[in-house]
Design a protein around this ligand. Structure first.
Ligand code: FAD
Length: 403
């Protein structure tokens, strides 16, 4: 969505920053980039936050914030604002595998649209002193001649084709561009392994009063609840969110989408396997992502630091993704601050590579396990039964996925 006069404002902002030097140029104003901009500005670093989409924008995401993510929002003073904006507390999970289903209490999550959340983070970043330009694609260039050897040049190109690119200089660059790597200088120098049978992400939002009775009666109740419906080609999360919307987010096998020739038909088939007949999902406006499960081999070199999904992602979306992005921002900004004080970027790069390797492996173990179970319906049903019969196992599992 383009804000009224968005293009003109964006062109004016680009002209104002042409040739400027920033301590940090941050590419991507998702949760990772925006929170890094907040924390960096609070420490006095000059930060430019560049976003290719016009804000506010929605993106492929279930929008559920787990407890760690909520703590972060509390720590920067935004938790109450997000609740006042209509975010919903969800403390019950319904999992359905084909026709077998279970319901449990879970640690409270907060359901919020990404257009709401990301706009609030960006507003806060600006309030803390960061400069924000949206509707602008960033492309990092190679290190310039001697005079700028400590800097990276970032080319900024407005998404309206009439604007000429402008360049800015960054002492250090944070790439928080999610699954897209288009801003990196030479992508072969930043290899990422993508898992062969990785799923793709799908997403749409529907006004609640437009949800047909067939779906509403099966999955929407009086109290907010997160529904996870698992079928042979993937799984779909459905929950109420702010603004009177219902959020539908799925991870599906790309081969199933190819065979059905239509994203909506794949989701319809999944719902059918779970006993819900709903033709209308075929006609919805689905957004999709590239393959989800991937890992970047190196996450920092040559003054560039990857953050959030850009470092790697594993498909389950249980509130993990955003809390990983936020936790990463909390860990990275102090390193960047030190590097700025000491002009020693190499140490920060080394430490960031170590931090990511240590925490990513630990965090991804459980996500990979859940991803494997979801691919085998019979095994997954046994896991559900076990969770029903042995509450301590259930609580441990839910705790490791959802807190
Ligand atoms: C189907 C699905 C459901 C999910 N559900 C949840 C959930 O319920 N809870 C949860 O915590 N996580 C969930 N996730 C994961 C979560 O969405 C991500 O982990 C999270 O968005 C990562 O944040 P990020 O800031 O790293 O990247 P993003 O949020 O992807 O932000 C990247 C930003 O960079 C911008 N960008 C890209 N290239 C450029 C460029 N060249 N120049 C400028 N800007 C650029 C993009 O437009 C985008 O705004 C889900 C993921 C999927 C696929």
């Amino acid at each position: 969505m383009i804000t009224p006069g968005g293009r003109t404002v964006q062109e004016g902002r680009l002209r104002n920053i042409e040739g400027k030097v920033f301590d940090l140029v941050i590419v991507g104003a998702g949760v990772a980039g925006a929170s890094a901009a907040i924390l960096a500005s609070q420490r006095g670093l000059s930060a430019l936050l560049v976003e290719s989409q016009f804000f506010p924008r929605d993106k492929v995401c279930g929008g559920c914030l787990n407890q760690r993510a909520q703590c972060f929002l509390q720590s920067i003073g935004l938790y109450d604002n997000i609740k006042s904006a209509g975010a919903l507390v969800i403390d019950r999970l319904h999992v359905q595998i084909n026709k077998y289903s279970s319901q449990w209490d879970v640690p409270s999550m907060l359901s919020v649209r990404r257009s709401t959340l990301d706009q609030m983070l960006v507003d806060h970043a600006e309030h803390c002193g960061a400069t924000f330009v949206d509707g602008t694609r960033a492309k990092i260039q190679s290190i310039d001649s001697e005079s700028n050897s400590q800097h990276r040049v970032v080319l900024l190109k407005g998404t309206s084709n009439t604007t000429e690119p402008v360049s800015v200089l960054g002492k250090r660059i944070v790439v928080a561009s999610g699954l897209s790597r288009s801003s990196l200088p030479i992508s072969e120098e930043w290899p990422a392994s993508v898992m062969e049978n990785s799923r793709i992400g799908l997403h749409t939002l529907i006004p609640r009063d437009e949800v047909p009775e067939s779906l509403a009666s099966s999955v929407l109740g009086d109290k907010p609840l997160l529904h996870m419906l698992v079928g042979s080609a993937g799984y779909l999360g459905i929950c109420d969110t702010d603004g009177g919307y219902v959020d539908l987010a799925a991870a599906m096998d790309p081969s199933a989408v190819r065979v059905a020739k239509d994203v909506g038909a794949t989701v319809q088939q999944l719902l059918r396997e779970c006993g819900v007949d709903s033709d209308f999902v075929r006609d919805l406006n689905w957004q999709s992502t590239p393959h989800l499960t991937r890992q970047s081999e190196c996450v920092a070199k040559q003054n560039i630091f990857l953050l959030g999904d850009a470092t790697g992602y594993v498909e389950p979306f249980t509130g993990e993704g955003m809390s990983w992005a936020l936790k990463g921002a909390e860990a990275l900004v102090p390193l960047l601050y030190q590097a700025n004080l000491s002009s020693d970027t190499e140490t920060a790069e080394k430490e960031w590579n170590l931090w990511i390797t240590k925490h990513r492996n630990h965090r991804q173990r459980i996500s990979r396990w859940v991803a494997r179970q979801s691919r085998q319906a019979e095994r997954a049903k046994w896991v559900l039964r076990m969770c029903d019969w042995v509450p301590p196992i259930r609580n441990r599992l839910l705790h490791s996925i959802m807190t």
